[in-house]
Design a protein around this ligand. Sequence first.
Ligand code: MN
Length: 358
Amino acid sequence: MGKIWANSGDSHALEPLDLWERALPARLAERAPRVERSDNRETVYVDGQIMRRDPLSFAEAIRPPGAEDVTIRLTDLDDQGVWGEVVFPSRGFWIHNMTDPELARASAAAYNDWAADTIIAASPRLVPAAITSVLDTDDAVAELARARDRGFQAVYMPATPPPDRPYNSEVWEPLWSLAEQSRTPLCFHIGTGMMPQVISRGPGGSVINYVETFFPGQRVVAHLVASGALDRHPGLRIFVAEAGAAWIPALADRMEEGYRQHDMFVRPKLSRSPREIVYSQVYTSFQHDPSALLAVSALGYDKVMWGSDYPHLEGTFPNTQKVLHELFDDVDPAVRDRVLGGAFAELFDVPPMPVQAT
Ligand code: MN
């Protein structure tokens, strides 16, 4: 069996432990994301709060050497058959749990400088997503403009926004405008932002909590479509990463029904149907889901990207070729090419992928 090449809409870099300590003035650095390790646990502190405590075994399992070293990363990608990839942060996710605008602004800029110097500079195959503050729209707009100048093609957004800044709010309008105008996809990664990490500790809690991480991605789409944000900005593309894809047609059905049957309550009115907006402006990525391919072939929703989620446990490393063959060997080549490269190419510019062996 030949190697299947894929572009990946979802992967992560692991920032140096001292990224913010080195880049920020001391009064801010002490409140930036910080990690402490004990014998068997790793604890993340942000702005004096304990954000997460994991067994060290989990922390180590999601950190192959390529997570931190971009040269090793590119070797891993070649080995796995991943060509281009969107690179999300890891520790940088915690910036969206901050409540101090100055700290968030400075921490995001420090992350972006690091990512430009180490990831963008390393290879045109790597597409890191820049971080902006979500506490202040002027800060977000300024950092998006700066990130574009530094070569970023994408911006990462938290799936759950601050409670006083929901994604259907007009406060975001300048960011939607600049993202549209600069053709910068806004990439919402699930499991991030101001949501509780643990919803259930009862029986089945692990799977329940895993499922819970994907609901905020659905809320993002509902807010941006129903509020008219995507309708007002037809050139704005959004991407919900790591949440699968087959829910999109079902969500579009739900919005169509609500929009039509509750017509007397609906505002604003949209110039296009919710389905039309979702099917043309909302992209998704999945790792393992066979249903994602049916969304393309049977349900006509084709903004679907595959993602390795390298180097995380939810992803496919180090078994990517096995997963890709299981998913794609019996699939129409047009659907395969769409999911492994075509949808990605609508959002991100990377060098041409090697020709598929089959
Ligand atoms: Mn991911």
